[in-house]
Design a protein. Structure first.
Length: 113
């Protein structure tokens, strides 16, 4: 499968397996985590990239196949962090983390059925 969309996607995408092994990072994720090693993180364990409380939360997500979504602000940039399981042949293969910069004046719509 062609993965050019993955590398060119403007948000950070990090994919790990169910044991926390980092399988893939797109160019943006490598840039986001440049100070921690960037592309060299691939093949390492995602747990090593998180402090205690975050490591515990990630472990819980993997065990429960849950979703963790939150916003952060760092250096004036707002981001949505979305961590969710990915599946292969009906079984959880690990976690995908998306890191998406949010516009300063992001619109919000309430849709009615």
């Amino acid at each position: 499968m062609e993965k050019s969309w993955f590398q060119g996607f403007p948000g950070g995408v990090t994919v790990c397996d169910k044991d926390g092994l980092i399988l893939e990072m797109n160019e943006r994720a490598c840039k986001i985590f440049e100070k921690q090693g960037g592309e060299k993180l691939i093949g390492g364990n995602v747990m090593d990239c998180h402090p205690g409380p975050a490591r515990a939360k990630l472990k819980q997500l993997m065990e429960e196949e849950g979703v963790n979504a939150y916003t952060i602000e760092k250096s004036g940039v707002k981001k949505l962090i979305y961590q969710a399981p990915w599946y292969h042949e009906g079984k959880c293969g690990g976690i995908v983390e998306l890191s998406l910069e949010l516009p300063e004046n992001m619109l919000h719509f309430v849709r009615t059925p």
